[in-house]
Write a protein that binds this ligand. Structure first.
Ligand code: COA
Length: 258
């Protein structure tokens, strides 16, 4: 399969859809697939007609983790020289809201990929886990850190220390999954959220994302200041004037992203 085919792309009403396509190995993340995902994120991040991204796999797997066959052959320096952080950085740096639509397995690097999203929609029979410890390694793309911030120390420890695979219901109860829906509704639900977001004033949407992500790693005081400054900046936008005028005039707003 060519590197291009590892990911299927589509754009609909301001929503970019990225679909992982290595079905034979449950979308295991080898280097070509990771590179392609990063490339696609970088490309969409630079397109101003994109307002939201839906990231998905297929019915059997969102992604069953880093490719074990590939990792079994390499040593520490080769691992270092892959500069995986640059690949993940391209995904984390996406300015638009990203919605992960998860069916089947989201394990290891697959669950870390889902955690790079801003909203996770999951099917009821999906499975989540950080099983790296079972093959002698550990998470390396946020599984110990984003997960802890999302679900707290004791849930994160439980998952990373045992490698146990958990149900979507459990993942939802611990706060990892935003919306739990029937398996066959996952993609449509994610698209409907993405389209809803895509219809909103884009600068306000991007500021919300930026402030939540940066704020969670700052002190409360610094994060509140960041929030206040972002809000103040939005008062300069044409879309703020339009949104409020439309409300007061009882009409639908037309946003221009300025
Ligand atoms: N890396 C490489 N190949 C993988 C893979 C991974 N992370 N996950 C699945 N595959 C491959 C399998 O080797 C198998 O290939 P084959 O048909 O050539 O034998 C194919 O995908 C289907 O997987 P299989 O194990 O037969 O499906 P299953 O339904 O019995 O089990 C899982 C599904 C997800 C429970 C099981 O594949 C698994 O445990 N995968 C590894 C998960 C993991 O540890 N991820 C973290 C990696 S650090």
């Amino acid at each position: 399969m060519s590197e291009q085919d590892l990911v299927h792309l589509e754009k609909q009403d301001g929503v970019a859809v990225i679909r992982l396509n290595r079905p034979d190995v449950l979308n295991a993340l080898n280097m070509p697939l990771r590179r392609r995902v990063a490339e696609v994120f970088e490309s969409f991040s630079a397109q101003d007609d994109v307002r939201a991204v839906v990231l998905t796999g297929d019915e059997r797997a969102f992604a069953a983790g880093a490719d074990i066959a590939d990792m079994s052959k390499i040593g520490a320096i080769e691992m270092y020289l892959r500069y995986n952080e640059r690949i993940w950085g391209a995904i984390a740096g996406c300015p638009y809201p990203v919605i992960a639509a998860v069916n089947g397995y989201a394990l290891g690097g697959g669950m870390e990929l889902a955690m790079h999203a801003d909203i996770i929609v999951s099917g009821r029979s999906a499975k989540f886990g950080q099983p790296e410890v079972k093959v002698g390694i550990m998470p390396g793309a946020g599984g110990t850190q984003r997960l802890t911030r999302a679900v707290g120390k004791f849930n994160a420890m439980r998952l990373c220390l045992t490698g146990e695979i958990i149900s979507a219901e459990k993942a939802h109860a611990m706060g990892l999954v935003s919306d739990l829906v029937d398996d066959d509704k996952v993609f449509d639900h994610a698209m409907s959220l993405a389209k809803q977001i895509a219809s909103l004033p884009p600068i306000a949407v991007q500021q919300v994302k930026e402030v939540i992500l940066h704020g969670q790693d700052a002190s409360l005081g610094a994060a509140l200041a960041l929030e206040r400054k972002a809000l103040q900046i939005l008062f300069a936008s044409a879309d703020k004037h339009e949104g409020m005028a439309a409300f007061l005039e009882k009409r639908s707003p037309t946003y221009i992203g300025r």
